[in-house]
Write a protein of this length. Structure first.
Length: 110
């Protein structure tokens, strides 16, 4: 099965999304995401922050604010090993899930 995308995240890790995940899971549950593919890849490449899933430590949640909608794009990536992860889902979220520890934020210049 081919990948819809295969990119590097903000930490240099490879993240991919295969056709089955994109078409059956993401678009099947969130059809509006069809027009947001570029926002999904941008969320992985340049997130506002990354958190660790509360229940599954090998899943990282990438968030990027969609300014004109006051929502986040949330992309859930599961890492089978330390440097390669696959997208599990992506959708619009109102905020960070409670108790999700933030594990990465961009460096801010003073």
């Amino acid at each position: 099965m081919a990948n819809v995308f295969d990119i590097k995240d903000s930490r240099g890790k490879t993240v991919y999304c295969d056709e089955e995940c994109w078409t059956k899971h993401i678009l099947g549950n969130h059809p509006h995401m069809q027009e947001w593919m570029r926002r999904v890849t941008l969320t992985i490449e340049k997130p506002d922050f990354i958190s660790e899933d509360v229940d599954r430590r090998n899943r990282h949640n990438y968030y990027r604010l969609v300014k004109n909608r006051q929502k986040f794009i949330k992309v859930v990536v599961e890492f089978a090993d330390e440097d390669v992860g696959n997208v599990i889902t992506a959708f619009a979220a109102n905020n960070l899930k409670p108790k999700e520890p933030i594990i990465w934020e961009p460096e801010r210049t003073k």
